[in-house]
Design a protein around this ligand. Structure first.
Ligand code: FE
Length: 195
């Protein structure tokens, strides 16, 4: 059987405890001190802290994010080659997320970007998974239900459990959501867009 119109999800492991530790420290420091982001998170009902709307220069403020930018750019280039793209993706934006308890994020895409992704830095037990959705779903007027044990590539929704150091990259049009967690601790991550 041929596989047509596949939806690749790029996965890699950042097995660098020192870098993950430095990122965790920086995220917690921002969440404690960065008042514009704290205010934005509070005003928008974000359970925790995000720098999404307040900071656009993390890689120039902090060497840990500069190092991360270098690694992400390398992985994005590898992913672009595997997609048979002729462009070299450039990091366009990068923000941190600290999610508490049942914090979640409803389904969305990342407009004005070509690749998007996330790196999990700390994931306490019970952290909510990220759920990807079949992009053809709006066209499936009468598609039969899939068997509960259908292979991953044939499912309409795929959940991925976060783990520290797990890096995911996908094409920015792919809808995804962060499912509510049950964790007592804080889930730390970095999200980004390439253009
Ligand atoms: Fe997202």
């Amino acid at each position: 059987m041929k596989q047509l119109f596949v939806t690749p999800l790029f996965e890699a492991r950042l097995a660098d405890p020192a870098l993950l530790g430095a990122l965790a420290h920086s995220i917690r420091t921002l969440a404690a001190d960065e008042s514009a982001g704290r205010r934005w998170s509070r005003d928008h009902g974000y359970k925790g802290y995000t720098s999404y709307a307040s900071l656009d220069d993390l890689d120039r403020r902090d060497p840990a994010f500069a190092e991360l930018k270098r690694l992400l750019t390398r992985h994005a280039a590898e992913f672009a080659r595997s997609l048979a793209w002729s462009v070299r993706p450039r990091l366009d934006s990068l923000w941190v997320n600290l999610i508490k308890g049942d914090g979640h994020h409803s389904a969305h895409i990342h407009p004005h970007s070509i690749l998007s992704g996330t790196l999990y830095v700390e994931t306490p037990p019970g952290s909510g998974p990220i759920r990807f959705e079949d992009p053809r779903l709006p066209m499936m007027m009468a598609a039969p239900q899939r068997a509960p044990d259908a292979p991953e590539e044939l499912r309409q929704f795929v959940d991925i459990t976060p783990e520290p150091g797990l890096l995911l990259l996908w094409e920015s049009w792919l809808r995804h959501e962060v499912r509510p967690g049950r964790a007592r601790g804080e889930r730390l991550g970095v999200s980004f867009n390439f253009a």
